[in-house]
Structure formats: C-alpha cells, structure tokens
Design a binder for this molecule. Structure first.
Ligand SMILES: Cc1cc2nc3c(=O)[nH]c(=O)nc-3n(C[C@H](O)[C@H](O)[C@H](O)COP(=O)(O)OP(=O)(O)OC[C@H]3O[C@@H](n4cnc5c(N)ncnc54)[C@H](O)[C@@H]3O)c2cc1C
Ligand SMILES: *[C@@H]1O[C@H](CO)[C@@H](O)[C@H](O)[C@H]1NC(C)=O
Ligand SMILES: *[C@@H]1O[C@H](CO)[C@@H](O)[C@H](O)[C@H]1NC(C)=O
Ligand SMILES: *[C@@H]1O[C@H](CO)[C@@H](O)[C@H](O)[C@H]1NC(C)=O
Length: 552
C-alpha cells in the first residue's frame, strides 16, 4: 500500500489503515500526541497553556479558543503566514472572494500554509482548541461560510500552488491553491490540458471536489472523474494519497463529496492533449422571437451528444438593462471541426438569426480570461439549481416563467442581474461518471441526457437578499412542480450550483449517502469535517437548513 509519507513519523499511525478493519483513526486518538509527531510540542507554546490538561475539551468561549489557535499558528509559522483583523493583508484577502456574502465574513485569522504538514497542524490545532475552520481554494462559492468562517480560522491554500507534469506528461499535479487559468497556462506550453473549469479564476479545489463541468466534459466526463489521485489531509492530520488502488473508498467519496472528507492539498489530474492550446467556441446572441428556436436547438444538441463527443454547450437567458437575451455558449475541443459539428444542427434553422456571434478558434486561456469579466467580485450572489431530463418543453416552461416574472419580482432591485442557465449533460458524459469505480453523484446514464438548470442573480444591497432569494425560490418551486408533472424531474442537486438551502448530499440517493457517511465514519470518526468545519454542504444537511426556501 502506498501512503504519501511526507512525514515519517506518521507511518506508524498509518499502519492502522492497512488493516481491513474500518478504523482509520484509533478510538483513543490523542491530538497532543499527533501534534508531537509533527514536532509540535504544545507545552512550548504559551498561547496553548490552557489546553495542556483539558485536551479536546472546548473552552467555554469560542473566541478565546480561536485567539489561542491563531496565536499558536503564528508562533509556529511566523506572522507572514497569518493575517489578523485590521491588517491590510487581511482586508486584501477578504476582498478576494467572489461574492459579497463571503467578503463580509470575518475570520479570527487567516492562515496560509505552504506545506501539507502545516495543513495537518492546523486541523489538529483546531481539534485541540475546538476553534472551527474553513478552507479556501478559488473562493468562488457564493454562500457565506463556504470557504471563510466568522470568528474562526480561514485556511487559504494560496501558497500550495505547485503545477507540474510527470515524465510522460500523463498526469498534472496541481496544488489546491491554484485557479484553473493558471493551470491551463502552465500546461499549454506542453500542448496538454486538464478537465477543469471554464473561467480563469475558478479554484481547482472547490470545482473538483463538487464535480466540475468542463469544456472537455462531453468526451471525458467531469473534473472529478479525471482525478488520478488526491493527496488529502484527513481529520487525524494524516496525509494519504487516495486513488483507485489506495484508499479507494476515500477516492470515490472525494469525487463529488465536497469538503466532507478531508483537505485535499494536491490533485493529480489526468491530462489530455490540446495542440497549440486551442479550442473552438464562443457565444451567440438571440432575441426573444428566436427563444423557442433556441430551446429546440439546445434540446437537439443535448440529445444528439453521442454524434460528437467533443461538442458541448450551455444557454444563458438573461434579463439585462431592460432587455431579454438568449446567449448560447458553444464549445468544441477539436478546433478544426468545431464549427461543423452535427450537434449544432438546430442552430442552422433558417428562422433563427443570431444578432451576435463570437464563435471561433480560441486560446483556451484567453477565452477563460475573457469570460471572467462578466463576473466581477464583490456583488451579492445567489446560485440555485434544479435538474431535469433533457426536455425541450421544460426549458421553454422555465425560460418563459423566468421572463414572465422577473421584472415585477426584482426588476427594481439596484444592480440586479438575474439569469437562468441550462447546461446540457449528454449521455456519453454521464457514462464517463462510471470510470474508476464511479462517483457518488448518483447520476444514471440510463436516465440521461440531463439538463442542469442554474438560476442565478447578482445585486448590490444586502437589504434585497430576502427578496431576490424568495423570487428564485418561488420560481424553482414552480419549475419543479412542472417537471414532476411532466415526469421530467431528476432528483439531483449539483453542488457547485446549489444554494445554501439545498441538501445536496441527500440528492445523491439514499445508498450513496449512506456509503458516504460510513466512509466519513472511517476516516473522520470525531466528525471534524462536519462540526469543526461547519460551512458548505454537509453529509446530513444543507448549509442553512430549516428555512422556508426551496430546499431540494
Ligand atoms: C463565475 C463562475 C463560473 C463558474 N464556472 C463553472 C464551470 O465552468 N463549471 C463548474 O462545474 N462550475 C462552475 N462554477 C461553480 C464552481 O465550481 C463553484 O463555485 C466552486 O465551488 C468554486 O470553487 P472554488 O475553489 O473557487 O471555491 P471555494 O469557495 O474556494 O471552495 C468551495 C468549497 O470547496 C471547498 N474546497 C475548496 N478546496 C478544497 C480542497 N482542496 N479540499 C477540500 N475542500 C475544498 C471549500 O472549503 C468550500 O467549501 C462557476 C462559478 C462561478 C462563480
Ligand atoms: C496524549 O499524549 C500526550 C503526549 O504524548 C500525553 O502527555 C497525554 O497524557 C496523552 N493523553 C491521554 C489522554 O492519553
Ligand atoms: C491585493 O493586493 C494585490 C497586490 O498586492 C492586488 O493586485 C489585488 O488587487 C489586491 N486585492 C484586493 C481584493 O484588494
Ligand atoms: C419558423 O417560422 C415559421 C413561419 O413563421 C413558424 O411557423 C415556425 O414555428 C418557426 N419555427 C421556429 C422554430 O421558430
């Protein structure tokens, strides 16, 4: 069995995992001892004096616990790696999140580990002090608390930013702090790429652990399905490499299970060829008279995906500046063949006239950077999602109800930018989810193809949050009712598009959820990633459960 042995002292502890027995962490796990194995002696750290005897018992006061944890990290790794409230670096960091909701979260401190052992140390120090934590890769999750934590330790992976290719260029090893654009740029010099995000500054960490729809997904499946192995720090602070061969249960769970199983420090990604770094793609613009034709062209592409597994698309219907626009984004991995793909047949319908069309050969990195400008940092943001079978009438229903209601409901909200996006997941793409022992998402190729709808909005003021949320929530309820009535509803909630009110893991199906929970029980019996890392989609609940908002 291979165990990434960055720290020799851990090999003894890791021997437990070699037994078929389910335990990974011993029942008498001793945090102080585990820290000592990392050469951290808590009795030498003045900030931890209150924790010498009350090991694993919380201080009454979380803020004192976090003060101690942050001071301990600072004394171990130096003030350059820890930002405190009031520092310019701290404000710069909180300003780096995409959504205003996440920017407004104020951690007790921000820690930027640059080695896996430092990630292990912070997990153990959190356990020792009971100060909660969150972890940030690209910071593009919209909801508060996803990758930053009020009063706790926000771990930034920014300094875990290595990108390297193995000898035969088949695997790219990518640190958890990378954003996709930088990964693409680095690999382009070798005429390779990976199945990653479509926008430059989306993080490798969140996108991959939640699924990951890529320009290359029609042929290769989602980002998570193309991970060869994960280097992951578990709740006991042990670094393991999870792959189809080693810790295969953990490998399975990490491919869509989100932040529930550990902190991935390094993703080993299977590469694909991309000569000259080029793909074909762009956006067409249609006006209202062509919207039904666009729904039909989209449905044709979704259902004929097997005719060309290099082609993919999504359609954005947007209400912007008082205008209604239909904006299909078409992409093709074979730059020379993209324009002629048979799956675009519906777009050649004579009735339809694109008033804008930017499809052309493109450098992947340039396109990723260009599209980024549509999504600036700092606005209030809401993502909300629902899935259906590929069904033209569902797209038409959802699109019509969106445009029928949007102006009255939120048209006067300052800065409002609402849209409904349809993402086509063709059957070949779903079949790729069976690779490497499958993933936990519960999407069945027999039930394909699928539409994943993203209802999204951005706006300016916090006081409009409830209004915008209620609007999208009501709209989703209506769309779901129609989908159920048509027999088109697919009980799958895509983590990367989900709102904080949605219970993502339940949507993976009862069997997958039970399996995920038993895997978490094995690697994290103390429920560190459920309780001490409370943000984002947990195994048993939505991030914000118990509201009246649409929650399935
Ligand atoms: C403008 C925009 C474009 C997008 N485009 C796409 C797209 O093309 N395809 C697609 O599938 N999705 C897309 N998304 C959705 C995107 O996948 C999610 O928002 C995702 O969560 C972003 O990842 P991140 O690392 O940037 O986020 P973060 O906020 O940093 O992380 C999200 C969650 O993942 C956890 N996490 C991050 N890194 C790790 C790690 N190393 N180990 C364990 N847990 C970790 C965090 O703790 C957090 O809970 C897009 C989103 C936006 C805003
Ligand atoms: C945990 O380990 C430390 C250091 O080895 C030891 O001093 C302490 O007694 C242990 N605690 C328990 C409860 O065994
Ligand atoms: C943070 O600082 C860097 C340069 O030091 C700057 O480029 C970046 O725009 C700053 N980010 C924010 C959010 O202030
Ligand atoms: C194309 O135009 C004809 C005649 O105007 C109309 O009957 C038909 O519904 C249109 N088709 C689409 C897809 O818009």
């Amino acid at each position: 069995m291979y165990v990434a042995s960055l720290y020799g002292a851990f090999l003894v502890g890791v021997a437990v995992a070699q037994q078929p027995a389910p335990a990974f962490e011993p029942i008498d796990f001793n945090v102080t001892k585990a820290l000592r194995d990392l050469e951290i002696h808590i009795e030498d750290i003045p900030a931890l004096e209150n924790f010498l005897e009350v090991e694993r018992r919380a201080l009454d006061d979380e803020s004192r616990a976090c003060q101690a944890a942050c001071a301990a990290i600072q004394s171990l790794y130096g003030s350059g790696t820890v930002y405190d409230q009031g520092e310019a670096n701290y404000d710069n960091f909180t300003g780096s999140y995409w959504s205003g909701e996440q920017q407004n979260v104020s951690p007790r401190c921000i820690f930027k580990p640059s080695k896996a052992t430092e990630v292990s140390a912070v997990v153990l120090l959190s356990r020792l002090t009971q100060c909660p934590f969150a972890a940030k890769s690209g910071g593009h999750a919209a909801m508060a608390g996803a990758s930053s934590i009020q009063g706790g330790i926000t771990i930034s992976f920014a300094n875990l930013n290595g990108i390297s290719l193995n000898g035969d260029k088949s695997i790219a090893s990518v640190g958890a702090g990378n954003i996709w654009g930088e990964v693409f740029e680095s690999l382009a010099t070798s005429d390779r790429t990976v199945v990653g995000g479509r926008l430059f500054n989306i993080g490798v960490g969140g996108l991959t652990t939640g699924g990951g729809i890529s320009y290359f997904s029609p042929r290769y499946g989602w980002a998570c399905d193309n991970v060869e192995s994960f280097d992951v720090v578990t709740a006991s602070g042990i670094l393991v490499r999870a792959s189809a061969q080693e810790f295969p249960d953990l490998y399975w769970a990490l491919r869509g299970g989100g932040n529930n199983f550990g902190l991935v420090v390094n993703f080993h990604l299977k590469t694909i060829p991309l000569p000259q770094g080029q793909i074909w793609g762009g956006q067409k613009t249609y006006l209202e008279a062509d919207f039904r034709g666009l729904d039909e062209a989209f449905a044709h592409a979704a259902t004929s995906a097997a005719q060309d597994v290099d082609a993919g698309l999504y359609v954005v219907y947007v209400y912007a500046g008082g205008r209604k626009l239909g904006l299909p984004v078409l992409y093709h991995a074979d730059v020379g063949a993209g324009a002629r793909s048979p799956v675009w047949a519906g777009f050649h319908n004579n009735n339809m006239t694109a008033v804008g069309d930017t499809t052309r050969p493109r450098l992947l990195t340039e396109w990723a950077a260009e599209t980024m400008h549509d999504s600036p940092n700092g606005k209030r943001q809401l993502f909300y999602t629902l899935s259906t079978k590929a069904d033209v009438e569902m797209a038409t229903f959802a699109r019509r109800r969106f445009f029928d209601t949007v102006v009255a409901a939120v048209g006067d909200v300052p800065g409002i930018g609402p849209n409904i996006v349809f993402q086509a997941i063709g059957t070949p793409q779903l079949e790729q989810m069976r690779k490497n022992g499958g993933n936990p998402l519960g999407l069945d190729p027999e039930g394909g193809p699928v539409y994943i709808m993203l209802l999204a909005a951005s706006w300016e003021r916090r006081e409009d949050d409830a209004r915008v949320t209620a609007y999208l929530s009501d709209l989703l309820r209506e769309i779901k009712a129609e989908a159920v009535a048509r027999g088109s509803f697919v009980d799958y909630v895509y983590m990367n598009y989900a709102s904080e009110y949605q219970d993502v893991v339940s949507s993976y199906g009862a069997a997958n959820k039970a399996k995920m929970k038993s895997i978490a029980e094995r690697y994290d019996p103390a429920q560190v990633f459920q309780k001490l890392q409370p943000g984002y989609f947990k195994l048993d609940r939505a991030p914000t459960p118990g509201t009246d908002y649409y929650n399935i």
